[in-house]
Design a protein around this ligand. Structure first.
Ligand code: F6P
Length: 322
C-alpha cells in the first residue's frame, strides 16, 4: 500500500484531530503517502483534498473539532454521488481510505467498500458512543465530562433554590451520554430511549422523593428526535404534580472543546491501528477497542448490530438515587 486517504464525517467529536495526527504520522513512518479529504463524503464527491505532512498535524492533538472539516452528505447516499466519489478515489490513486465517524459514516463506508476496489477502514469517532464493535468511541469521554461539569454547576443552583431541574444532553437515539453523566453527576432520575419511563411514573417517583424531604432534584434527559423535548416533560410534570422546574438544554457545547486524555489515547491507538490494518491489506472493517484490545469488526456489523448501554449502569441510578 503506497497511498491512502483520510476523512472525517458526520458530527465532529473531540479527539478526531488526535486520531488524524496518529494516522498521518504512522503512514509517513511506513513510507505511505496520505491525502486529507475535506468535508467528509461531500468533499470526496467534490474532489476537495489537502496534502498531509508531519507538520500539517503538528499542535493539533489538543484541539477539538476536525482540521479536515466534516459534513453530513445526502448526495453520498445516492449511487450517482458514490460514483463521483469513487471516480475521485481512483483519480487520486488511493489504495486505502480511513473513515473517522459514526454509524452513518460506516453505512456509507460499507457501500463504498462493496462498490470500489479501495480498502476501507473505519475508526469510531462520535460523542454518542452508539457504535457496535468498540467499548468507547472517540469524543464520548470529553462529551460526558462536559455534561458532568454542567450538571455539577446546575446542582449548585438547584440546591440553593430548592428546585427541580431537567438537564438535556445529546445522544440522538441513544442514552450513553445521559447514563454516564447521570451516574457521575448523581442524577435523581434518568430518561433515556433504552429504558423508557412514562411521565406518570416519573411524577410518582419525584413526588415520593419530595415527600421524603428532598428539596431539589436533577433529571438527566437524553435528547430525542427533536432536541428540546424536556420542555414538554417539565410542563407535564408541573401539570400533574404542581412541581416547578427549570430546563437546561446543553446542546452543541458537548461536541466542542479540548479532548480528555482518555479520548486522546484512544484516538491515537485507533489511528495507528487503522494504518497497520491497511498495511496488512485488511479492509472492510472498523478498528475499535474492546476490553482494552484492538478489535476488527466488519463495517456492516457496526451499524447493523445495535449497541446497548450496560444494564447494570441503569440499575445503579435507580438504587443510588432513592
Ligand atoms: O454527532 C452526534 C450528535 O451530536 C448527536 O448527539 C446529535 O443528535 C446530533 O449529532 C446533532 O447533529 P447536528 O449537529 O447535525 O444537528
Amino acid at each position: 500500500m503506497k497511498r491512502v486517504g483520510i476523512l472525517t464525517s458526520g458530527g465532529d467529536a473531540p479527539g478526531m484531530n488526535a486520531c488524524i495526527r496518529a494516522a498521518v504520522r504512522t503512514s509517513l513512518a511506513n513510507d505511505v503517502e496520505i491525502l486529507g479529504i475535506r468535508r467528509g463524503y461531500a468533499g470526496l464527491i467534490q474532489g476537495e483534498t489537502m496534502p498531509m505532512e508531519r507538520k500539517t498535524v503538528a499542535n493539533i492533538i489538543q484541539q477539538g473539532g476536525t482540521i479536515l472539516g466534516t459534513a453530513r452528505s445526502e448526495e453520498f447516499k445516492t449511487p450517482e454521488g458514490r460514483t463521483l466519489a469513487i471516480r475521485n478515489l481512483q483519480k487520486e490513486g488511493l489504495e486505502g481510505l480511513i473513515l473517522i465517524g459514526g454509524d452513518g459514516t460506516f453505512r456509507g463506508g460499507t457501500l463504498l467498500s462493496q462498490e470500489c476496489g479501495v480498502q476501507v477502514v473505519g475508526i469510531p469517532g462520535t460523542i454518542d458512543n452508539d457504535v457496535y464493535g468498540t467499548d468507547y468511541t472517540i469524543g464520548f469521554d470529553t462529551a460526558v465530562n462536559c455534561a458532568l461539569k454542567a450538571i455539577d454547576r446546575i446542582r449548585d443552583t438547584a440546591l440553593s433554590h430548592d428546585r427541580l431541574f431537567f438537564v438535556e444532553v445529546m445522544g440522538r437515539h441513544t442514552g450513553f451520554i445521559a447514563l454516564e453523566s447521570g451516574i457521575s453527576g448523581g442524577a435523581e432520575e434518568l430518561i433515556i430511549p433504552e429504558a423508557p419511563v412514562t411521565v406518570a411514573s416519573l411524577c410518582s417517583r419525584l413526588e415520593r422523593n419530595f415527600e421524603r424531604g428532598k428539596k431539589s432534584a436533577i433529571v438527566v434527559v437524553a435528547e430525542s428526535e427533536q432536541p428540546g423535548d424536556s420542555f414538554r416533560i417539565a410542563r407535564e410534570v408541573k401539570e400533574k404534580t404542581g412541581i416547578e422546574s427549570r430546563v437546561c438544554v446543553l446542546g452543541h457545547i458537548q461536541r466542542g472543546g479540548s479532548p480528555t486524555a482518555r479520548d486522546r489515547v484512544l484516538a491515537t491507538k485507533l489511528g495507528m491501528a487503522a494504518v497497520q490494518a491497511l498495511l496488512r491489506g485488511k479492509g472492510g472493517c472498523m478498528i475499535g477497542e474492546v476490553n482494552w484490545q484492538i478489535a476488527h469488526t466488519p463495517l456492516r456489523d457496526t451499524w447493523e448490530k445495535g449497541k446497548q448501554p450496560l444494564s447494570i449502569l441503569m440499575e445503579m441510578i435507580k438504587i443510588l438515587s432513592d
